[in-house]
Design a protein around this ligand. Structure first.
Ligand code: HEC
Ligand code: HEC
Length: 149
């Protein structure tokens, strides 16, 4: 009898432990449930959005999102494909927005004759859009200076 009771107790407490920790097991890293020594599953390739109109901004200082594909647009020490359309020299012909004046300042706010090195690698700040679902829930709302509400 005592033995039976203790078995029951063990089972009962074990089930308690299981439910208590079930929530911790639900927490999944962005890498997925993969053992550290295993290779993680490659993410599904995303489709970039078709070329379109400029996208609305959420706050005034935001680097605008790229409303077109950028596949094979090289940016390296010898060339910058983005500038072939967005530079002050080329923007009219390309029908593109010219790069902001702020892109001609170094970090001490000295105004330069050409694009600042810190703004050369455009995709550090500007990103194209894909059909990606948000990784976490987000309740961010645009600031009132833009939304008017
Ligand atoms: C072949 C020309 C071309 C190239 C190359 C190009 N763009 Fe564009 N880009 C455009 C055009 C055209 C628009 C849309 C302008 C419009 O409709 O007002 C645009 C829009 C944008 C905008 C949105 C501007 C805004 O006001 O919202 C960003 C940001 C941008 N491009 C960044 C880039 C970056 C970064 C690269 C390089 C990786 C790049 N573009 C390469 C032509 C180009
Ligand atoms: C360090 C971040 C950063 C880098 C790098 C950068 N930008 Fe920007 N960009 C911004 C921010 C922030 C804004 C919006 C505020 C402003 O105008 O400075 C902006 C604005 C713009 C705009 C809109 C200008 C307008 O009049 O509305 C264009 C077009 C643009 N960037 C293109 C580029 C291109 C092309 C490159 C690469 C040659 C580049 N940017 C590199 C941060 C960056």
């Amino acid at each position: 009898m005592i033995k039976k009771l203790s078995v029951a107790l063990v089972l009962w407490s074990a089930s308690g432990v299981v439910t208590q920790f079930a929530t911790a097991a639900d927490v999944e890293s962005l890498r997925g449930q993969t053992a550290i020594e295993d290779e993680s599953r490659p993410p599904e390739p995303k489709k970039y959005a078709k070329d379109g109109e400029p996208l609305p901004r959420d706050y005034v200082q935001q680097p605008p999102l790229i409303p077109h594909k950028i596949t094979n647009y090289r940016i390296d020490a010898n060339s910058n494909k983005c500038l072939s359309c967005h530079s002050w020299k080329n923007y009219r012909e390309a029908g593109a927005t010219k790069i902001s004046q702020t892109h001609f300042q170094d970090r001490d706010e000295n105004v330069l004759a050409n694009i600042s090195a810190r703004r050369y690698f455009c995709t550090q700040c500007h990103v194209p859009q894909a059909n990606a679902r948000p990784l976490v829930e987000n309740t961010f709302k645009p600031i009132t200076a833009i939304s008017g509400q």
